[in-house]
Design a protein. Structure first.
Length: 412
């Protein structure tokens, strides 16, 4: 009963946050807005996450002894939230800042605390089921509306992929745990979201889901276990067939993908201007490189500013620079250290595919941050800290593939 209660706290937090994200899509379609409902749901999501942390963490003394850098990282998050209170109560834009905080900004920073939740296999199973359900919803929405979503001037197709298909990444990375039906739907979802984003020339999305495919293949090929050895052939045959079909489809319709290939050749040119402004502004105040400018901080954005009065821009489309903007090199540095430790634990200490998959999720996020990879309340970001928490668990690291497959694998 106690384990189920803890599951409810953690999973409800994830579930409610995704309901808000989906609600945003529905509201945009019908051009309506329910801000009070949004505030209430994010409050609930934050409440359940705090309750999960309160009830489900390792004893503080053990946490400090084993994961001191993680403690520093979370302490820095708390400090950033506390410092932001003054900007919520006083000063220019305080009303706007307060609405942003209630509309998910505060919850986004709390997501980091998933890293100290003690791994719960029931939570993982429910998380996998929820991710699978979202993947099915993506197929039901996108397939009949494919031509509509892939019109170049209509970019909603990109947003649907972020919301509904990102959870499929962990399912693909743990391919061998699941049934053939689940795997077929998962691979189809990832290939479909790749096709949509290539037609829309959304390079970051293509990079993200391509990385998921690449790491899924590598992990299954190089991970050594008796359980996995029996299933490698199935995985390789299915993935090779679908990938070949996908490549043939692109080759036959190469003219439709021309915009994507043209944009690949331009690299990061489209963002050079704003990145140069970021460096120029931060170099004028060197201490900001260390401490950052807070969760509401910005920089002089020139013609691309988001505040006409101050000329400031509150975001930058690069995950590494974004963390520096908000919390300085302390924020980014601590995140890199805890992530590298998690990856090390996975590849050096783990005996199972799940922990390898978690390491893959973290590595994919580092790749994702090059082109975008900003913190958000979507599964794409939440799963990063779930992965970090899993890689810090000695119990989970020692589980066998046979055991995990029976407990969290989807056999639908």
């Amino acid at each position: 009963m106690k384990r189920l209660l803890l599951l409810n706290f953690a999973f409800l937090s994830v579930f409610i946050a995704q309901v808000v994200v989906i609600l945003d899509i529905v509201q945009s379609i019908f051009d309506v807005n329910f801000p009070i409902l949004r505030y209430f749901l994010y409050f609930l999501a934050a409440y359940y996450l705090i309750k999960a942390v309160q009830k489900n963490t390792i004893k503080i003394s053990i946490l400090i002894h084993q994961n001191i850098v993680l403690v520093f990282f979370l302490s820095w998050i708390i400090l950033l939230l506390l410092v932001s209170i003054s900007q919520l109560l006083d000063g220019y834009r305080n009303y706007i800042n307060f609405k942003q905080f209630l509309s998910g900004l505060g919850y986004i920073y709390l997501i980091s605390f998933f890293a100290i939740l003690k791994p719960n296999l029931l939570f993982y199973r429910h998380f996998f089921k929820f991710s699978f359900l979202l993947a099915i919803v993506y197929l039901f929405i996108t397939i009949p509306l494919f031509s509509y979503f892939t019109v170049s001037h209509y970019n909603q197709g990109e947003g649907y992929g972020t919301v509904f298909a990102a959870g499929a990444s962990i399912l693909l990375l743990t391919f061998s745990y699941h049934s053939k039906r689940v795997n077929l739907i998962t691979v189809t979802t990832v290939l479909l979201v790749l096709a949509v984003n290539m037609l829309l020339a959304r390079r970051n999305q293509v990079l993200y889901f391509s990385s998921v495919l690449f790491f899924s293949y590598c992990i299954h090929v190089f991970h050594q276990s008796t359980y996995l050895r029996k299933r490698k052939l199935r995985m390789m045959i299915l993935s090779s067939f679908l990938l070949l079909f996908f490549c043939v489809l692109i080759y036959v319709n190469v003219d439709k993908f021309s915009l994507f290939f043209d944009r690949i050749q331009t690299g990061m040119e489209s963002r050079t201007y704003i990145i140069d402004l970021f460096y120029e502004d931060f170099n004028s105040k060197p201490k900001d490189w260390i401490w950052g400018r807070g969760i509401f901080g910005g920089f002089q954005g020139g013609v691309q500013s988001t505040d006409d009065f101050t000329g400031y821009r509150s975001t930058i489309e690069n995950g590494y620079l974004f963390l520096i903007l908000k919390g300085g090199w302390i924020y980014l540095g601590l995140f890199i250290v805890i992530s590298l430790k998690a990856i090390y634990n996975s590849f050096r200490k783990s005996k199972n595919l799940l922990c390898k998959a978690f390491a893959g999720i973290i590595l994919i996020y580092f790749i994702d941050m090059i082109g975008f990879g900003l913190p958000s309340s979507t599964l794409r970001y939440v799963i990063v800290f779930i992965a970090i928490g899993g890689c810090y668990s000695n119990e989970l690291l020692q589980c066998t593939d046979e055991f995990l497959s029976s407990k969290i694998g989807l056999k639908l």
